[in-house]
Design a protein around this ligand. Structure first.
Ligand code: ADP
Length: 720
C-alpha cells in the first residue's frame, strides 16, 4: 500500500501539500524532505502521513529525505498553533523554526598530529615542527607558525608519514552545566521565591509563575535556582531563557557561567550561521541543555523543554511586528502548555496582562519587594520644566545639571536617559518652513551627526545632510529641532569638559560585542556620564551609577496608543531603577512638563500598585486588554482610490459576531510608507471571543487584488 505525506514548506502558503512517498523511504512525521514545487526542489517538513486511497490522481513524489534531525512533535505542534493564533501561514512559522537547519554547517577542523614515525632525514626546521606538534593536534597553518617554519617543511613531514591529517567534524554539543557548582547564598525572601519556583519546576507539568521583583532584588539569582531544579530533575531536560535585547545576553551568559561553570548556547540575530546551525542541532538532539536567546529562540525545536524563562517580560521587543507577527511572551506560555513545561515571567514592572493573570490566580505570583543587601531604591524627584527650564537650545535643566556636577565631583556616574537616537529628531528650513521627510513616507528625517546623514528610522533611507534646503534652495537655512542622544552628549561635554562622556544607542552599540564593551566600560567606571536610549534602561548593573536623569519623561506619553502610559511607566521605572546599587544610594530626576500626570506621580511615590490600579480601572471600563482583546488589520497599496474601494468591500465582509466591534477603515497614523498608502481597521473583542478565528474567517472572505497587502496583527503593540 502506498502512502501520502503532507509536507509543510517554509513559505507563506495556506497549508501543507500532499506528496507520494516513494517506495521504501519510511518517512515519519517531523522528517525533513526535499519536495518538488514547480520546477524547484524545496525543503519542507512532513506533518502527517496517511495511506493512499486508490483511484486518486497520482501525486508528485517526494524527491529525497534530508538527514537533518527530525522536528520533535512539540515543535511541530507549536509551529501550527502559533500560525493559527497569529492568523498567518504555518509555513511562515516553520521558516523561523527551521532557520538554523538552513544555515551552513561549520567546516570541519583539519588538524595535524604526530604519528610517532620518524622522517627519513632530520633537519633543524623539522625538529622544531615535531617539537611544536607534541603540544597536541593543530591546524597546518598554526603548526607552521608555532614552529616558525614555512608550510613546505610541514608538508614534507606529512608526505613522509611523520604527521597525519585528521578531519574533525564540528560537534553539536555544548558544555554541560555543572550542577554542583557553588551558588550565592540567597537572602530569605529570595530563598522563599527560589524554593517555590523549584517546587513548581519539579512538578514537570505546565505551570506559569510571575516573578515580580523590584530592580536589583535578585530575580536573576532566583530564576537561576529554578533552572538548576529543572536540569537536576531530569538529565535530558532543556531550559530556554528569553531576553529582550542582544545587549543583555552577554551579561546573562556571564551570570550563567558563574553559576554553572559552563556557557549556555546563545541564539540571536548576531550569531554567525555555522553557530546557528550548531545551536539548532543541539536543541533538537539535546546537546544544549540551556539556550539563552532573543525572541526567535522560542521557535527552536527543543527535544525536551522543561522550563522557559522570559526575563523582562514586560518588554515591547518581545513583540515581532513585521513578517510573521507574534508576541514571544504570550507564545512562550503557549509553548509551555504544549510541552508540559514550566514558564517563569520575570520583571520589575510586569505587563498588565501578566499582573491580571497573577491577580486572578492563573499564574503563581512571587514577589521580591526589596533590593538585595544594603542597596536601597533611588529617591525620585520630578523636575518641573515650566519652573526650571533649560537655557535656549539646551535640554538639561539647572537642577539636573547641579546634580550631575555633584555626582561627578563625588567620583560617581550619571546616566542620562533619552529614548531618541541621533542628534535631532527633526530638521527644518528656517527660510521656507519645510520639514525634511523621508521620500514617499510620512516620517521625518532624523539628523545623525556622527555619520553626517539624515536617516529615516522607519524605512532605513538615508542621505548626506544637504547644504541647501531641497525645497526652496536657501543656503545654510537648515536647523536641527529637538534633542536626540548625540545632542545631549554634546551638551554634557560642554558642561563638564573633564568628564568622560559616552553614548549608548543602537548606533554606538550596534552588535553584541560593542554593547558588551560599552556595558563593561560603564560597569568598570571608565565612563562618567552615559547618555543612553532604552537599550541601556534594562537589566544592567552599574555599581557606581548614582544619578539617573530622564531628559524627556513625557516623550512616551505623547504616543496616544493603548499602552502609552504603561510603557512610559515601565521604561521610566526601569531607567530610574538603574541608580544606586550595593552601598551607594542613588537618585533619579525626571524632567517633565506634566508633573501632575498620574504616571509621574506614581513614579515619584514609587507606588506601582497605585499606577496599576488606575490603569487597570481605565482598561476595564473600555474593555481593552487585559479585559478584552484587540486586533489590527493594516491594508496598504500604491493607489489610494483602489485602496479605498477595497477597504470598503472589506468592511462589508466583516463577520457579525457577538462581543466584537470593528472600527475603521481609517487612515493609519503613518498613512504613507515607501509610496504605499495605508488604512487600518481596529477590532475589539470580549475576552471569551476567539479573535484569531474571527479574523481568519474575515480574511477568508476577501480577495485582495495584486498590489494590495493585508497584514493582520493579533494583540497589536504598534498603532502606526
Ligand atoms: P534583578 O534581576 O532583580 O535586577 P539581579 O539578580 O541582577 O537582580 O541582582 C542584582 C545584583 O545583586 C547583582 O549584581 C547580583 O549579583 C546581586 N545579588 C543579588 N542577590 C544576591 C545574593 N543572594 N548574593 C550575592 N549577590 C546577589
Amino acid at each position: 500500500m502506498s502512502r501520502i505525506a503532507s509536507v509543510l514548506l517554509p513559505m507563506p502558503l495556506p497549508e501543507a501539500f500532499d506528496y507520494a512517498e516513494p517506495e521504501g523511504m519510511g518517512l515519519q512525521v517531523g522528517d525533513h524532505v526535499a519536495a518538488p514545487l514547480g520546477p524547484r526542489l524545496i525543503r519542507g517538513v512532513v506533518t502527517a502521513i496517511r495511506e493512499a486511497a486508490g483511484g486518486n490522481r497520482p501525486l508528485k513524489p517526494i524527491d529525497h529525505r534530508l538527514d537533518d534531525p527530525p522536528l520533535p512533535p512539540g515543535a511541530l505542534e507549536f509551529v501550527q498553533w502559533a500560525a493559527r493564533y497569529s492568523v498567518d501561514a504555518p509555513g511562515a512559522a516553520l521558516a523561523i523554526a527551521t532557520r538554523g537547519a538552513r544555515a551552513p554547517k561549520a567546516r570541519p577542523d583539519r588538524v595535524l598530529e604526530l604519528t610517532g614515525a620518524q622522517p627519513g632525514r632530520m633537519t633543524p626546521a623539522r625538529t622544531k615542527v615535531l617539537e611544536a606538534a607534541a603540544a597536541g593536534p593543530m591546524p597546518p597553518a598554526d603548526l607552521a607558525r608555532a614552529a616558525g617554519v614555512s608550510s613546505g617543511v610541514v608538508k614534507g613531514l606529512v608526505d613522509e608519514g611523520a604527521l597525519v591529517l585528521r578531519v574533525i567534524e564540528a560537534e553539536s554539543r555544548f558544555d554541560s552545566p555543572d550542577l554542583d557548582h557553588p551558588s550565592h547564598d540567597l537572602n530569605p525572601s529570595q530563598a522563599a521565591a527560589a524554593k517555590a519556583l523549584a517546587d513548581m519546576v519539579r512538578e514537570q507539568a505546565f505551570n506559569v509563575a510571575l516573578l515580580d521583583g523590584v530592580t536589583g532584588s535578585g530575580k536573576t539569582e532566583v530564576y537561576l535556582e529554578a533552572v538548576h531544579a529543572a536540569l537536576a530533575a531530569d538529565p535530558d531536560a532543556q531550559v530556554l531563557v528569553l531576553l529582550p535585547e542582544i545587549a543583555l545576553t552577554q551579561a546573562v551568559l556571564a551570570r550563567f557561567e558563574e553559576r554553572f561553570g559552563a556557557k549556555p548556547a546563545e541564539w540571536h540575530s548576531d550569531v554567525a550561521p555555522p553557530m546557528r546551525r550548531k545551536v539548532w542541532e543541539a536543541a533538537v538532539q539535546g546537546g544544549a541543555r540551556v539556550v539563552v536567546g532573543a525572541r526567535s529562540a522560542l521557535f527552536l525545536p527543543f527535544r525536551k523543554l522543561a522550563l522557559i524563562v522570559v526575563d523582562e517580560e514586560h518588554d515591547g521587543s518581545y513583540k515581532q511586528d513585521e513578517g510573521f507577527i507574534y508576541q514571544a511572551r504570550d507564545l512562550a506560555v503557549a509553548r509551555g502548555k504544549i510541552e508540559g513545561a514550566s514558564v517563569i515571567l520575570a520583571s520589575a514592572t510586569p505587563s498588565l496582562e501578566s499582573l491580571r493573570n497573577a491577580e486572578t490566580g492563573r499564574y503563581r505570583w512571587l514577589k521580591l519587594t526589596s533590593r538585595h543587601g544594603t542597596a536601597r531604591l533611588p529617591d525620585i524627584t520630578l523636575v518641573d520644566m515650566r519652573e526650571t527650564p533649560p537655557e535656549r537650545d539646551r535640554w538639561l535643566s539647572p537642577p539636573l545639571v547641579k546634580a550631575m556636577g555633584e555626582t561627578f565631583a563625588a567620583g560617581e556616574q550619571s546616566l542620562l536617559f533619552l529614548n531618541r537616537r541621533g542628534y535631532a529628531p527633526l530638521v527644518l528650513c528656517k527660510a521656507c518652513g519645510e520639514k525634511l521627510t523621508s521620500p514617499d513616507t510620512d516620517s521625518w528625517l532624523v539628523e545623525h551627526r556622527y555619520s553626517g546623514r539624515l536617516v529615516c528610522h522607519l524605512t532605513g533611507f538615508s542621505m548626506p545632510k544637504p547644504e541647501k534646503c531641497p525645497h526652496c534652495g536657501a543656503k545654510d537655512s537648515l536647523t536641527s529641532i529637538g534633542p536626540g542622544v548625540e545632542r545631549v552628549e554634546e551638551e554634557a561635554r560642554s558642561l563638564f569638559p573633564e568628564a568622560r562622556v559616552a553614548v549608548f544607542s543602537s548606533d554606538t552599540a550596534w552588535d553584541a560585542r560593542e554593547a558588551k564593551r560599552l556595558v563593561e566600560a560603564m560597569a568598570e567606571g571608565y565612563i562618567d556620564i552615559l547618555v543612553a536610549t532604552q537599550a541601556a534602561a534594562k537589566g544592567h548593573n552599574f555599581p557606581k551609577l548614582t544619578l539617573v536623569g530622564v531628559v524627556d519623561a513625557d516623550l512616551g506619553l505623547r504616543g496616544g496608543d493603548l499602552r502609552a502610559a504603561e510603557r512610559t511607566y515601565q521604561l521610566l521605572a526601569q531607567a530610574t531603577g538603574r541608580a544606586g546599587r550595593k552601598d551607594h544610594p542613588g537618585r533619579a530626576m525626571l524632567q517633565t512638563y506634566a508633573p501632575e500626570h498620574a504616571v509621574m506621580q506614581a513614579l515619584k511615590a514609587q507606588d506601582r500598585d497605585a499606577f496599576v490600579e488606575a490603569e487597570m480601572a481605565e482598561r476595564e471600563i473600555m474593555k481593552l486588554p487585559p479585559f478584552g482583546r484587540l486586533g489590527a488589520i493594516v491594508v496598504s497599496g500604491p493607489d489610494l482610490q483602489a485602496l479605498e474601494a477595497f477597504t470598503r468591500t472589506m468592511a462589508q465582509a466583516a463577520p457579525n459576531a457577538e462581543g466584537v466591534e470593528v472600527y475603521g477603515p481609517a487612515d493609519a497614523p503613518l498613512a504613507l510608507i515607501r509610496g504605499r498608502r495605508r488604512k487600518r481597521f481596529l477590532i475589539r473583542a470580549d475576552r471569551n471571543v476567539d479573535l484569531s478565528a474571527y479574523l481568519a474567517t474575515w480574511r477568508a472572505r476577501i480577495k485582495p487584488p495584486g498590489a494590495i497587502r493585508v497584514s493582520i496583527d493579533v494583540d497589536p503593540y504598534s498603532f502606526l
